[in-house]
Design a protein around this ligand. Sequence first.
Ligand code: HEC
Length: 120
Amino acid sequence: MGRVSRHSGKLSFSALALAIAAIPLAGAWAAAENADAPLTEEQMAKGRQLFTDNSCTQCHALADADAQGSIGPPLDGDANLTHDFVVDRITNGSGPMPSFGWLAPEDIDLLARYIVQAKK
Ligand code: HEC
């Protein structure tokens, strides 16, 4: 009896240790993989909402969000727009564009992913 329970105790300990060790690894992997992964319909809708709510529409044209602003460059067809570049512009602003660095990091990330996928 005692032997069996010691044995199974050891097994579940190592299974638990493995599971704990796997969590940060999986998280880092997902973050690195995800920047260009296709967004779900729901994520696209949330990105569009962020784009509208934060008045990006006032200054930028983006057909997907029905935006026709012309103070900043049109985002449709803009080949410069990688995820990291857009995150940088949203976080730091640029010239007349204000910084939106106060947005939650996950919203900035989603907004950038949305723009990269929505631009024609
Ligand atoms: C007040 C007007 C204004 C608002 C509001 C604004 N932008 Fe801009 N944005 C600009 C201007 C002007 C530039 C060009 C800046 C430059 O050339 O240095 C720009 C540049 C950019 C760029 C880089 C484009 C390129 O090819 O260089 C991106 C991406 C961008 N804005 C995204 C956004 C997003 C997303 C929002 C909303 C969170 C937003 N902007 C809100 C005016 C604005």
